[in-house]
Design a protein around this ligand. Structure first.
Ligand code: AQP
Length: 324
């Protein structure tokens, strides 16, 4: 069975961009791929400095994974920092990765442009990501479009290693990016992002969720007039509804006498309905945190056993002699 691997940073509360861009694919693929899905807690240290928040976010992501239907009997759910071999491989890969490649990273450049201090972790984030993927011989990586360049870097780094040491050691992974959910827009129309304060969180309280949906930015076309049917509400609505429902909404916008507030209420109902079962499941899981911990510990053990074998071979290839 081919292997699918991906991770999510516990840098905040997960949102429908994370879900449609990546997590939904984790669940959809779990019968056809050997799934490895992790919580990228090492990665989140590049932006998160509050230990308590990191711990809380980490538990929340495991709950989210399980609530949306990831099955630990089918997929391996693990914590990145429980497999320190990821960081060990990062060091080996760092020594073949040109600084220029990392400096060209869109995500790195965006963060610097926003005034985020350029720590080394932020620059070398893609090398750790390459290690995460390559250490498991992953075949595909389901991600949103913002990660496309990082996946290309992973392939470049793998090729460079294979060439430099004259081996076919690292498998070149393929990104899996779905057209319809490649970039989910946030409430302000930019890419939805944990750090932009523009998110719709699938498991927010109903009151909070309503506030988030109502904050979607629209234009000021009067109620009675027809509206552009390709607005931000319609784009988000499309993620939750089939084509007939999408067309119905478009027709209402074109007909006039249908305000953005009405559309937002329809969107809110769709979101609540879509995640209804997952919400219930999440509430049940919250009462059974020992089970959640077991899932993470068992998954981490399984992942680590694979990573240990791969790093051992990688060290031999580069000439680290180990125990003699
Ligand atoms: N708006 C989005 N549309 C589609 N996919 C998205 N992803 C994130 N936002 C969108 C995908 O979610 C996965 C996990 O992302 P991540 O948490 O590792 O980092 P990120 O891409 O940087 O996500 P955020 O929300 O934007 O986090 P911050 O604000 O912390 O940087 C990835 O597959 C990503 O593509």
């Amino acid at each position: 069975m081919k292997r699918s691997l991906s991770g999510i940073q516990p840098s905040g509360v997960l949102h429908i961009g994370n879900y449609f861009g990546a997590m939904k694919q984790f669940v959809d693929l779990q019968n056809s791929y050997d799934g490895f899905y992790f919580i990228a807690d090492y990665h989140s240290l590049t932006s998160l400095t509050k230990a308590e928040t990191l711990k809380e976010n980490t538990y929340n992501i495991v709950l989210d994974y399980l609530a949306i239907g990831l099955d630990p009997n089918k997929s391996t759910i693990f914590l990145q920092s429980n497999v320190p071999e990821h960081t060990e491989l990062t060091w080996l890969l760092s020594n073949i990765t040109p600084v220029g490649l990392l400096e060209r990273g869109h995500s790195y450049k965006d963060k610097i442009a926003k005034g985020i201090p350029a720590n080394t972790g932020l620059l070398t984030y893609p090398v750790l990501m390459a290690a995460d993927i390559l250490i498991y011989d992953s075949d595909i990586v389901p991600v949103g479009k913002d990660q496309k360049q990082h996946l290309e870097m992973t392939r470049d780094i793998a090729m460079k290693f294979n060439q430099q040491y004259g081996v076919e050691f690292f498998k070149l992974p393929e990104p899996l990016i779905l057209d319809d959910s490649a970039i989910v827009p946030g409430t302000d129309g930019q890419k939805m992002s944990k750090s932009y304060n523009n998110t719709i969180n699938m498991f927010a309280t109903k009151k909070k969720l309503k506030e988030q949906v109502m904050s979607i930015v629209t234009d000021s076309t009067p109620l009675e007039e027809p509206k552009n049917p390709d607005n931000n509400i319609a784009k988000i609505y499309a993620l939750f509804n089939n084509i007939d429902k999408q067309n119905e909404l478009k027709d209402k916008f074109l007909a006039g006498n249908f305000g953005y507030g009405h559309a937002k209420t329809e969107l809110l109902n769709s979101i609540l309905e879509y995640f209804g079962r997952a919400r219930e499941k999440r509430e049940e899981l919250e009462k059974n945190i020992d089970y959640v911990k077991d899932v993470l510990n068992e998954g981490s053990k399984k992942a680590r056993a694979i990573a240990i074998e791969k790093i051992k071979k990688a060290k031999e290839i580069v000439g680290l002699i180990g125990n003699i």
